[in-house]
Design a protein. Structure first.
Length: 468
């Protein structure tokens, strides 16, 4: 007999058997409940309906349900306490053992070490929900109306305070424009720069092709700058060079090197002297481990640097929340472009983030995440020392990823071996600009922030198996 338990608050299909005798019904119900718990369809802590309610739903005797509950309590599958009802026991149930699928190229990855994402399982759901409730209760009626293209004033005000305190940004709420993430912000800037007559933007020789392609689609060419141990070499900026440059100065992506102070100053001097503009991608500014935080470049000259930030690394990319702090000379043009496109961000998400920031929940979450990611970073370094001592991890003083330097000529074969291991990992060559003149380096870019906590040990073990 198949039944759906609406009273459980979940759709749960039970196969209780065809024996209509009292013993048969009791055994069928007991077996069905046990299998639902064993298979994970009833999670630990789930409260079951009362025996009276379930009996009515299933059309059976209340004593039959009570007996089935009692059997499962005795077996340890359920718990029953006065005043709290009957619940699924808080225990780890091993899932049914299934044969491992054959390893084959192109199969879905078992472990994901792709850089660029945080541990989504650690998203602070409870605190976010509390913030959402407080924000919704306090929201003015106009929050549900047509949006201000700049973003909600509550969020812009909260961001101005946070960015000044945590990143050294000179941020007036009126200079902040909220966007649907970093990609949205860069798209807007690309179109505005092209409308100003720019044809070219300098970029770093290592980065993300999705960002270069966004600029290309806006009608801009990208010219890579050289890279060395001091970070991106900005000496090529000067008369005749592109009038805009895209940098990740606090933590170069993916190489992980902060831009040397002399080069930071040189970049700002160029922008002042030549009337240029610096687009500063501060993608993971909160995560610093072994050194003092590197402040935002924007603090050196707010009229020559566009500061771009996002909630993608500290919280989750699915929130689609980013922000720009704009120089006065660019603000109206960017705002007009955004307004004309009709693109906006959900007011409720903006209000929730504003509450999350002002309540201190954001700082608490970042501090906890910083400890977790630093622990993973340390475990990665220790595992390399034990299992692959010839592989050196670099760029690890900050961020959510590391660059693992490989012997020359081995990157492609190691990435292929990882593919066969069902391990998602990327070679450094995939982040190199097609026109870069730097020597090619063999390395892996390992995102140690991406796996869920329970999967980290397995991901690390799988990684060590494919390293030389």
């Amino acid at each position: 007999m198949g039944e759906t338990w609406a009273t459980l608050g979940v759709d749960l299909h039970l196969e209780t058997g065809g024996d209509a005798s009292r013993h048969g019904v009791r055994k069928g119900l007991t077996d069905a409940l046990r299998e639902a718990v064993r298979g994970g369809r009833l999670a630990p802590g789930t409260r079951l309906p009362s025996s009276r309610s379930l009996a009515v739903d299933l059309g059976i005797a209340r004593n039959t349900v009570a007996d089935a509950y009692a059997d499962l309590v005795a077996e340890g599958w359920l718990t029953a306490r006065q005043g709290s009802g009957t619940r699924v026991a808080e225990r780890v149930i091993a899932p049914p053992v299934r044969p491992a699928p054959p390893r084959r190229k192109g199969g879905p990855p078992t472990y994901d070490l792709t850089p660029g994402s945080p541990d989504l399982a650690s998203f602070p759901r409870a605190e976010w929900l509390k913030a959402a409730r407080r924000a919704m209760a306090a929201a003015p009626n106009d929050a549900l109306g047509f949006p201000d293209p700049r973003g909600r004033t509550e969020l812009r005000t909260a961001l101005a305070g946070y960015l000044a305190r945590a990143r050294g940004v000179h941020a007036d709420p009126d200079r902040i424009v909220v966007t649907a993430g970093y990609v949205h912000a860069l798209s807007l800037l690309g179109r505005v720069l092209r409308a100003r007559g720019l044809r070219e933007v300098s970029v770093e020789s290592y980065g993300l092709d999705i960002h270069w392609n966004l600029l290309h689609r806006a009608g801009l060419r990208t010219t890579p700058l050289a890279f060395d141990e001091l970070g991106t070499d900005v000496s090529a900026l000067g008369p005749g060079a592109p009038e805009a440059v895209l940098l990740t100065p606090a933590h170069q992506f993916p190489m992980g090197v902060p831009l040397h102070p002399d080069r930071r100053a040189a970049a700002v001097d160029w922008a002042r002297r030549e009337g240029g503009v610096i687009l500063e991608d501060d993608y993971d500014g909160e995560f610093r481990y072994d050194r003092q935080p590197v402040g935002a470049l924007q603090g050196l000259d707010p009229e020559r640097v566009v500061y771009l930030g996002t909630a993608s690394k500290a919280l989750a990319p699915g929130l689609r929340l980013g922000w720009m702090v704009l120089p006065s000379g660019l603000h109206d043009e960017v705002l007009g472009e955004k307004d004309a496109a009709g693109a906006s961000c959900g007011a409720l998400e903006q209000l929730t983030l504003a509450e999350f920031l002002t309540s201190g929940a954001y700082d608490r979450h970042v501090r906890g995440a910083r400890l977790r990611y630093r622990r993973r970073r340390d475990q990665l370094v220790a595992a390399l020392a034990a299992h692959a001592p010839d592989v050196r991890a670099t760029g690890i003083a900050a961020g959510l990823h590391a660059v693992l330097e490989l012997p020359p000529g081995t990157e492609r074969s190691i990435v292929q071996a990882a593919n066969w291991e069902r391990l998602a990992v990327h070679g450094l060559s995939g982040f190199r600009h097609p026109l870069a003149g730097d020597r090619e380096r063999d390395a892996l870019v390992v995102g140690y922030g991406t796996p869920a906590e329970h999967a980290w040990a397995g991901a690390l073990e799988s990684l060590c198996r494919v390293l030389p």
